[in-house]
Design a protein around this ligand. Structure first.
Ligand code: MN
Ligand code: MN
Length: 488
């Protein structure tokens, strides 16, 4: 009897691993694994580091190679030229063109536009890479190399998915919007989106960003991101730096004022003490709570990764909510004070404290700016220091939150179920994704982040990788998503 149960459980666990054993589309993808890996090797070998002026021609070349592959797949391609970038005074560099591509334009079908980038972060073997960063090296089921995860591997998985689905008939129109300057701030991209609003983007129903990792080994779909309000808090004292032997005990020190003010911003549990700051934060709904319950997020991994034993919150749910859906305040540094090694007996004349608030829907940067200024001015007035204080908000990037009942979210969840036989993790980004908000604001379309990166891919670090599992099953995920989307 026990033996029978064992057999039954083996059978069902096998069914769990292969929900669609005879799917010809998935078989096609499995059969082409070798080609897909080879193409990733070829593309990673192009050192398209957008931050290095001496490699700009490689970024431009990378865009050309991408274009050629899309043409090979019978896509239509327009290269949108962005002109030149003033890199430093007197030095101009060509901006790589943006790829605007199209597969099919049947007005009876929905149109989905994917966004991604072909440029990469810098990488040198000397930085601590165990392998050559621009030579894809396969080890223990992983493909190591700069751009394997961010973002060449993800874009290639998408292109391979398009290639595969086309063999069986593309049920939706696919557009691609691929840039080459993402890692250095997407020069000219926002204007291009605005310019193309009534042409390239006019028939687009859905936008999918293919440049994002999962939270765990379970596939994740990202539906929100926090914004960022970054502040400079300047305190001005003497006309010049003073000697603490000569002036200590006789002047109001700018640094003392600044440290005091910074200390009034949040308490030891991370609660922001600025009045009204939590007023616009959306309440947690029961439905939302359910999304957090099944997320795979290992607190022990987090402890190992950070070396921290006690976090601000105790449970997985609380930690993730405070990363994704509650605001947080971080003090980043102080400019102007003495920060070198050794001792220096200086009283700095002017100091600038730098802090930011990661704000969430429905908080508005302009409101946050006023709340922060009013609060600091009040604190400073009460301190009765004769020094001068100034608060400036230097970044006011908005948060983003999508409507998860849009068809593309349902299609993506179905696709995850079909390929992996699990329910997708519905996740958010703790950081800021300006392009998602920009697409939504300018085009008024539903935006979703569907990436295939793993949680430990180290996208900007040494030894960046993508696992073979994510690369190939991720290709199936995109392929399946295109098919599922057709049914809405
Ligand atoms: Mn990226
Ligand atoms: Mn990146």
């Amino acid at each position: 009897m026990l033996f029978l149960l064992y057999i039954v459980s083996l059978l069902s666990s096998h069914a769990f691993l292969s929900p669609v054993p005879n799917n010809p589309l998935f078989k096609h993808i499995d059969d082409h694994t070798h080609d897909y890996k080879q193409r990733l090797k070829d593309w990673v070998a192009i050192e398209s580091d957008s931050s290095d002026p001496s490699k700009r021609d490689q970024v431009v070349h990378m865009m050309q190679v991408t274009k050629d592959y899309i043409l090979q797949l019978d896509g239509k391609v327009e290269m949108a030229e962005l002109g030149e970038q003033e890199y430093s005074p007197g030095i101009k560099l060509p901006l790589p063109p943006v790829i605007l591509a199209e597969f099919g334009n049947d007005t009876n079908k929905p149109t989905v536009c994917f966004y991604g980038h072909m440029d990469v972060q810098p990488a040198k073997k000397d930085d601590g890479w165990q392998t050559e960063p621009y030579t894809v090296t396969e080890k223990d089921g992983n493909l190591y190399g700069r751009g394997t995860s961010d973002d060449k591997g993800q874009i290639l998985a998408l292109l391979h998915a398009v290639e595969s689905v086309k063999k069986f008939g593309l049920p939706v129109n696919v557009k691609l919007f691929i840039e080459g300057m993402e890692e250095v701030g997407s020069h000219g991209l926002e204007q291009l989106v605005e310019q193309k609003k009534n042409t390239f983007f006019s028939n687009v129903d859905y936008i999918v960003v293919t440049d994002t990792p999962w939270l765990s080994t379970k596939p994740g779909i990202t539906y929100g991101a926090r914004g960022n309000c970054y502040f400079f808090l300047e305190v001005d004292g003497a006309r010049r730096d003073l000697h603490s032997g000569g002036f200590g005990g006789t002047v109001h020190e700018a640094m003392s004022d600044l440290v005091y003010l910074l200390g009034t911003l949040a308490d030891v549990k991370g609660k922001i003490l600025i009045p009204g700051i939590y007023d616009d934060v959306l309440p947690v709904t029961e439905e939302e709570k359910k999304l957090y319950k099944d997320l795979v997020f290992d607190l022990e991994d987090l402890e190992r990764d950070t070396g921290i034993k006690t976090f601000l919150h105790d449970t997985k749910e609380e930690l993730l909510m405070h990363r994704w859906r509650f605001p947080s305040l971080t003090i980043h540094g102080i400019e102007g004070g003495f920060s070198g090694s050794g001792t220096k007996t200086v009283i700095p004349a002017k100091v600038i404290g730098k802090f930011s608030i990661r704000q969430v829907p429905k908080m508005k940067p302009s409101v946050v700016e006023k709340q922060v200024s009013d609060y600091l001015e009040k604190q400073f007035a009460e301190r009765k220091s004769p020094n001068k204080m100034k608060v400036t908000m230097v970044i006011g990037a908005q948060p983003w939150l999508a409507n998860m009942s849009e068809p593309q979210y349902l299609a993506a969840r179905n696709a995850v179920k079909k390929v992996f036989n699990v329910d997708a993790d519905m996740i958010r980004a703790g950081g800021t994704i300006p392009i998602a908000k920009h697409f939504e604001d300018v085009l008024g379309k539903s935006v979703m982040l569907l990436g295939i990166g793993g949680p430990d891919d180290a996208p900007h670090g040494q030894n960046e990788k993508i696992s073979m599992h994510n690369f190939i099953e991720g290709t199936k995920l995109y392929a399946s998503f295109l098919q599922e989307l057709a049914s809405f």
